[in-house]
Design a protein around this ligand. Structure first.
Ligand code: 5AD
Length: 356
């Protein structure tokens, strides 16, 4: 603890020097930053993260169009509102035509990445998903990102050969004890195995975590961030935990937007070229300002939700998700970008040095 305090008081110069010299922040450095109550130091952190973002991924904000095609899920993650434990939630699964309609709206908006997201739907037919991927790829020159959870190698292979370019699988937390408490019937080992498989199969691979989980403090978050640095992921989604009333964590407090933005900023210092969204969860907890804060402290991606009504409200992973029209979301981002010397990029927007 004394060590952490000493470090923090000298941090204002230390962090800049560490970053410039290319030295690595260690776990205690990171935990000190995350837990610091020195506002000057935090402003400096955000400034450095913003510089690194400008240097390594540029001024462009990348847009992704998300389609949440099924809210069925076989898991019961303690924080998640679409877990199998939530019996009061109406379930839906879009058919191929509904998915393609949403794809057409994404393409018409100018966005060139389609993210297909769902719960771990036990009735999902892998061949059906492969055929959707192939249809999307032949319909337009877009990148297809999957975010459908843990599957076997043969499914990951099938979807990759059907044309899927990218895959998001958040680790959620790297702390074995917290992981096992929050994910009954699942294992951290299998999640790690899936992530390695996805990388080996040539997906641009993204992961991420939740900030503010029970039992999680600066040390545990620092551990997550070091895991991200080691894994050289193409994308990192860091979002605040939001309590959902129909879950075991209903009474656990909201995560702070501050801590989440700090984690994003440190992630940018550690993973310079990764694409990082200012997540919808950030915008849920912190409003548009929360999103802007993240974009000024290292984030460079915005996910725009194209799930059609009324299904968008049923993808109830956490409460109060903003359900604005995609066109409005895009124009708000454009306004913000114009005022902040940033540009909005509609094209494919690959991870650095990667192609689709
Ligand atoms: N708060 C914030 N994010 C959540 N997710 C699920 N439930 C919550 C919640 N209560 C995120 C998880 C998961 C994805 C399905 O949504 O990170 O990866």
């Amino acid at each position: 603890m004394v060590y952490a305090r000493v470090k923090v008081t000298s941090f204002a110069c230390t962090i800049a020097e560490l970053v410039r010299s290319g030295s690595k922040l260690d776990k205690d450095d990171i935990a000190s930053i995350l837990g610091s109550d020195d506002q000057v130091l935090i402003e400096q952190l955000y400034g450095l993260a913003d510089q690194e973002r400008a240097e390594h991924v540029g001024q462009e904000i990348l847009l992704r169009g998300v389609i949440e095609f099924s809210n069925y899920c076989r898991n019961s993650c303690a924080y998640c509102g679409i877990g199998i434990h939530n019996r009061s939630l109406a379930r839906y699964r879009l058919d191929a035509n509904q998915v393609m309609d949403a794809v057409k709206r994404i393409v018409a908006s100018g966005i060139r990445t389609v993210v297909l997201q769902s719960g771990e739907d036990p009735y999902l037919d892998p061949a059906w998903l492969a055929s959707i991927i192939a249809r999307i790829k032949s319909f337009a020159q877009v990148a297809v990102t999957l975010s459908v959870g843990e599957w076997q190698e043969h499914e990951y292979r099938l979807w990759r050969s059907a044309g899927a370019d990218r895959y998001l699988l958040k680790i959620e937390t790297t702390d074995p004890l917290i992981y096992s408490k929050l994910h009954p019937g699942m294992s951290l080992e299998n999640r790690l195995r899936c992530l390695s498989l996805l990388q080996e199969l040539g997906y641009q691979t993204g992961t991420g975590n939740l900030i503010g989980l029970p039992g999680q403090g600066p040390q545990q978050i620092a551990q997550d961030l070091l895991f991200f640095a080691k894994g050289q992921f193409d994308m990192l989604a860091i979002g605040p935990f939001i309590p959902h009333p129909d879950t075991p964590l209903a009474r656990h407090p909201y995560s702070s937007i501050d801590l989440t933005v700090r984690a994003i900023a440190v992630a940018r210092l550690l993973c310079k070229a990764s694409n990082m969204p200012a997540t919808t969860a950030v915008a849920t907890v912190g409003g548009q300002q929360g999103r802007h804060l993240a974009l000024k402290a290292g984030a460079n991606v915005v996910m725009v939700n194209f799930t059609p009504a009324p299904y968008n409200t049923l993808y109830d992973i956490y409460p109060d998700r903003p359900c604005a029209e995609p066109i409005r979301v895009i124009s708000r981002i454009q306004d913000w970008a114009r005022a902040n010397n940033r540009t909005v990029l509609f094209s494919v927007g690959n991870a650095k040095d990667k192609k689709v």
